[in-house]
Design a binder for this molecule. Sequence first.
Ligand code: HEM
Length: 443
Amino acid sequence: MPWMLFRWMREPAAVLEECRARYGETFTIRIGAMPPLVILSNPEHTREVFASAGDDMHGGKIAEALRPFLGDRSVIVLDGAPHRAMRKLVMPPFHGERMHAYGRDMVELTHASIDRWPVGKVFPIHEPLQGITLDVILRTVFGMDDAAERERLGTQLTKLTHLASWPPMLLPQVQRDLGPWSPWGRFLRESKIADEALLGEIARRRSGGTDGRTDILSMFVNVRDEDGRGLDDQDLRDQLVTLLVAGHETTATALAWTLRWVLALPAVRNRLLAEIQSAQLAGALTPERIAKLEYLDATVREALRLQPVIPLVGRVLQQPLRFAGYDLPAGVALAPSVHLVHQNPSVYQNPKLFEPERFIGRQYKAHEWIPFGGGIRKCVGMAFALYEMKMVLATLLSRVWLRAAPGYTAHAVRRSITLTPSEGMPVIVDAVLPRGALETAAA
Ligand code: HEM
C-alpha cells in the first residue's frame, strides 16, 4: 500500500508501536518490494534469531537496496560462507588496545571542530558532528593524515552521502540512470569521482608500504586468510565505502540524540559534568581516562536504547521455518525490532524515560540491548562507535557551554536507513573554554 510505504519512510517507530498495540508482539508488515517483515518484539525470539549461524537466515538479503551504494563485495550484502570469510578479515582492527590510539585522533578531531563553532548563534549540531565522525573515519580507517586531502575527499563523500540519504534512493524504481540530472544519474557520476580517489588512496598504501601505520586500511592491505589470500582492490574499495557509510552517519546521529537528552535533563547533565570534571582534576582528559567514565558510558547506552538509530534488523529465511508459533515460508524476513525490544517493560522499567542509572551495575543480555543488532551480523564497529561517542561527548562537554535552541522539540526523521533528530538538532553555544583550561587551572 503506497500510504504504508509513505508512513514507514517517515515514521517507522510510530508504525511499529501502533502495530504492536493492535496485533500483539509478533506481526507482519509489507513495504514496497522488500520481503514481508515478520516483526519480533519479544527478546527471547530475538535471541533465537541471533543464534543462527547464517546459512538458514540471510542478513545480507535484507540490505539488498544498499548493494548499489556499497558494492557487491561489501560485508553487509554478503551471506553464508563468503560473509563469514569477509567478516573474519575485517573484524580484527576494531578491537582491543588499538582503540586508545584511535581515541587520540577522536579527541583531537573533536577539538579542531569545536574551535570552528559559532558562539551565540543557533546552528544545527548534527552537521558538525557528522563532520567529526567523517574525519575520524578518514583518519583512523582510511589513514589520511593530511587535513587538506581529508577535506577534499570528505567534501566529495559528503556530497555522495547527501544524495544517497534521500529515502526514495533506496527504491529500485529510482535506481535508474536517466541522465546526469536524474537523482540516480547524478549519484553514479559523483560516485565515479569518489571511487577514483579511493582507488588512488589504496594504490598509495600498497606502493608506499604500511610499516608503523595503525590505520585500518593498512591492516586490510596486509590481511590474509588461511589459504594466504588477501583482499584485492575491489574488495578494499567496497569495505572502505561500507565502513564509511555504516560508521559515520550512524555515530553522528547517535551523538545528536544523546545530546538531545543531556541538554533537556539538567540532572543528567550535571552528573556528567561532575564526572568529567573530576577526571580533569585528576590530570589530562586522556582517552584512557574518558573510556573509564561510568556515567558517561551509561548515558551513551541509554541514548542508544531510547532512540535507536536503526529501528530494526532483518534475516531472510532460506527455508520454511516454524517460529514463534507460526509456519513461515522461505523468503519472508524475521525482523527483530530494536525499537520495540527496547520498549519492553518487562526488561526496562519506565521504558519511555531517559535513565542512564539503569545501566550502572547492570549488564543487559545480548538480546535485550540490541542497537547494534546481534549474532554473526552484529555491528563490526560497535566497540569503535561506543568509544568514539564517549571521546566526542567528554571533549565537547568539557569545553562547550551549550543549550538546545529555544522552543525546539525534537522528533525523529528518516535519513536513508537512520532516524535522526528533526532540523539537525539546533543548539546555541554560550561559551567555549580553551583546550585543557580546567587541567591548567588545577595544576
Ligand atoms: C552508533 C553507531 C552505530 C550503530 C547504531 C550501528 C548499528 C548497526 C546495526 C543495527 C547493524 C546491523 C546488525 C545486524 O544485522 O544484526 C550494523 C552493521 C554493521 N555496522 Fe554498524 N552501527 C554503528 C556504527 C558503526 C561503525 C562506527 C562502523 C565501522 C566503522 C560500523 C560498521 C558496520 C558494519 C560493517 C556492519 C555489517 C556487519 C555484517 O553484516 O556482518 N557500524 N551496525
